[in-house]
Design a protein. Structure first.
Length: 468
């Protein structure tokens, strides 16, 4: 049930409207269900996730904290696995990974996409079979490649001509043959923030189809004794809703696939179409269901393969955000509340919480939108347009740009921000020597710490002092 409507209050003279998509909730005490993980609900004063009242969780574990709804995460992972049955689904660990999550991925029969040695270490420690891991990166070093190849990683996604010789040398040195995919740029302008679009020509990832670099890479990999070319890879970007981007990319990559078959006599057995499926951060977002995505992508690929006269290769995708994103909310405590009068007389209420850009950089970096709600009490106070900000020394330290909160929001209130499972903990920093928050899994009324809160001793552990 959606609890939003266009309210008169937002249009009162002198009142701040916020962005055009933002609607004042009919009842700010209720959740907008599509923004929350599946077990989240209000029970009396409490916001409850995984059967745990977040007020109790905060009392025991403090704030800020990332609260991970295990049932939701695993249902999304399995949902992708089943919707794309017959395909290989690689969970993109960059969205968020820890050993506990890696174990779920392994247990639930998904594959895993790693793009750093650290992600690989965590995945292996979590019990993911190296053969079910693929490894990305536009600048893989020789030691990194040695580690990846010797760990027995299933596939390396080659990202440059330079990397081909480097990887072939490593494989030869280690006396093995490394399966690879070649990452190509399909020249698609994906409709997302420019920092997270990756298939247009003018950026660092992949090998251009148009310039001929992709075909040249394929030729070189085929000629390299230590490498086994398995197929092509394309990832057009992240937080994408418009299926036409995937469609255009798939068509261009399949055309290259067919050209390789025709000119080089090699019908490649695999193809990876990447990740990037968008999620709902606010009511303006309307993500596709994995089953619909799967049907659309299957039909594009089958149609194109028929037209090109090639067999349908073994297909893979790499969703990260669409699995991890909606399953987490960040829990904060309000510290100060400051109504600020703007030019024209309208008031914006700045609500400062005990975290900020160090636990969620996405608002500052991508101008991302989030929502939030009070997590430990109900209020009948008239809503005000609030901006939730952090405690860092930075004016751009904003967590939620615009949200209606009860006008009596006050120090000590708990606030929860949904949709923070992807690219928040994984992009968290120690700015201002902030301590990165814990990740706490909740399920069936039990809260378990998956990643503990950092301590000041952790900060001092890397600061070895002036050794002179
Ligand atoms: C190569 C690759 N695969 C998969 C992903 C996962 O993207 P998302 O989390 O948007 O599904 C990314 C990140 O954008 C990526 O760079
Ligand atoms: N970090 C980005 C997604 C890009 C990920 C990697 N290619 C985000 O938060 O939206």
């Amino acid at each position: 049930m959606t609890t939003t409507h266009e309210a008169g209050w937002a249009h009162a003279s002198g009142a701040l409207r916020g962005p055009s998509w933002l609607r004042q909730p009919t009842d700010p005490n209720e959740l907008v269900p599509q923004l929350w993980s599946r077990t989240a609900h209000k029970r009396g004063d409490d916001l409850v996730v995984g059967g745990v009242a977040l007020a109790d969780l905060a009392a025991e574990h403090m704030t800020p904290a990332y609260v991970l709804d295990e049932e939701d995460f695993r249902a999304r992972a399995v949902g992708f696995r089943d919707a794309f049955a017959g395909w290989q689904v690689y969970y993109a660990a960059k969205a968020f990974v820890c050993t506990g999550v890696a174990r779920w991925i392994a247990e639930d029969g998904l594959h895993l996409d790693a793009c750093s040695s650290g992600e690989l270490t965590v995945a292996l420690r979590g019990g993911v079979d190296p053969a079910r891991i693929e490894y990305h990166g536009n600048n893989k070093t020789v030691p990194e490649l040695r580690r990846v190849v010797s760990a027995g990683v299933g596939k390396v996604i080659v990202d440059s001509l330079t990397e081909i010789d480097r990887l072939a040398d490593v494989a030869r040195d280690l006396g093995t043959v490394q399966p690879v995919l070649v990452r190509v740029t399909a020249g698609v302008e994906a409709h997302t923030h420019e920092y997270i679009a990756t298939a247009h020509e003018d950026q660092k990832f992949g090998l251009s189809i148009t310039s001929g670099d992709a075909f040249e890479a394929v030729r070189r990999v085929l000629a390299a004794p230590g490498l086994e070319l398995r197929g092509l890879h394309s990832h057009i970007g992240s937080q994408i809703f418009d299926a036409s981007g995937f469609e255009v990319a798939a068509r261009r990559v399949l055309a290259l696939h067919a050209r390789i078959a025709a000119e080089l006599g090699v019908e490649l057995p695999e193809m990876n179409l990447g990740g990037g499926f968008g999620i709902a951060y606010t009511t303006q977002d309307d993500p596709a269901d994995p089953a619909d995505l799967a049907a659309a992508m299957r039909s594009i690929v089958e149609h194109e393969c028929r037209a090109l006269g090639v067999a349908v290769p073994q297909l893979s995708i790499e969703p990260g955000r669409a699995i991890a994103g909606p399953s987490v909310c960040t829990l904060y405590t309000v510290g100060t509340v400051k109504p600020v009068r703007l030019d024209g007389g309208a008031v914006r209420t700045y609500v400062s919480v005990d975290g900020g850009m160090s636990d969620n950089i996405r608002t500052a970096l991508y101008d991302a939108d989030y929502s939030c709600t009070m997590a430990d009490r109900r209020s009948e106070a008239e809503p005000v347009l609030a901006r939730v900000v952090g405690k860092h020394c930075e004016a751009g330290d904003v967590v939620v740009k615009d949200e209606f909160l009860p006008g009596d929001v006050r120090p000590g209130d708990l606030l929860a921000v949904p949709g923070t499972g992807a690219y928040c903990r994984s992009m968290a920093s120690n700015y201002n020597h902030a301590l990165r928050p814990p990740v706490i899994a909740v399920r069936d009324g039990v809260a378990r710490v998956l990643v503990r809160r950092e301590t000041e001793d952790d900060l001092l552990a890397t600061d070895v002092g002036d050794q002179e």
